[in-house]
Write a protein that binds this ligand. Sequence first.
Ligand SMILES: Nc1ccn([C@@H]2O[C@H](COP(=O)(O)O)[C@@H](O)[C@H]2O)c(=O)n1
Length: 286
Amino acid sequence: MKTRSTAVNQVIELGNGNYCIREAESTNCYLLIGEKKALIFDVGYGYEDIKPLIAELTDLPLIVVNSHGDPDHALGSCWFAEAYIHELDLGKLFRNDTPEMKQKALDYRLNKLPALKPHIDRDMYLKTSVKGVNYRFVREGEVFDLGGKVLETIHLPGHSYGCIALLDAKNKDLFSGDMVTKHNIWYFLPADEQAPFRQAVSSYRKLQRRKAEIARIYPAHGSFPIGVGIIDQLLDSLEDMKQNHASDLYFESFAGSGYQHYYKDTLIIYSKARLEEFMEDSAHED
Ligand SMILES: Nc1ccn([C@@H]2O[C@H](COP(=O)(O)O)[C@@H](O)[C@H]2O)c(=O)n1
């Protein structure tokens, strides 16, 4: 099928009725089309309404599912009547739904991509809100049957308390949100926004146990698909970070600051407090 992109959203065909709608060269939103229904996994910051792009690819009833409540994944819910999110992340989404947060995030993005400036209606965007959306809570094990394509929800707390991934076991595709990626993973936001590292370790171990069911991983940021070996690398990177963090470089963003730990293909950006807590937790385990 011929796909149309806009200046803000690039549409990439993945095969097997799956598409990536990549917003502003950053957030990979996945449109998964079955025989009876379609599902969009993440909807970006929502700099523009992506419904017209979706309508060119499918006219099936659409289910909107957010991988977690961060603004770059879920603020775009404002364009839809109903959206799924894990209950632990709805508060986070609402806290991020302010003109100030949107302004900061937009400035950060336009600083990286000045060519987008004429294509985003800033005033309109600052007025959007996710508060009028009808939310449904998505839970561990919940299944979305699209007809010929079935997606199982896997709860993976870590980068946020309510992070989920969707597994299409028949086709061996994992749509991993922010928990599994070769791009950076932020772990420096306050403790009420992101789970302790010990929970991230449990989440990566949970995915390790499902490795035989996964051949390709489609992350919410960075290149795709990636191989299943990245799950082991992420676990190893957390161990490595405990030992080898002395030369980690400082990082600053519109949402806070942290330190960058590179390990093989992975990059964890963490706060000192979170690392100290992790090291203490590990000491008690021994
Ligand atoms: N509230 C937020 C906002 C963004 N992130 C992460 O920022 C990264 C953005 O990467 P770009 O290279 O596209 O600038 C990405 O890892 C987001 O997940 C976040 O964690 N929380």
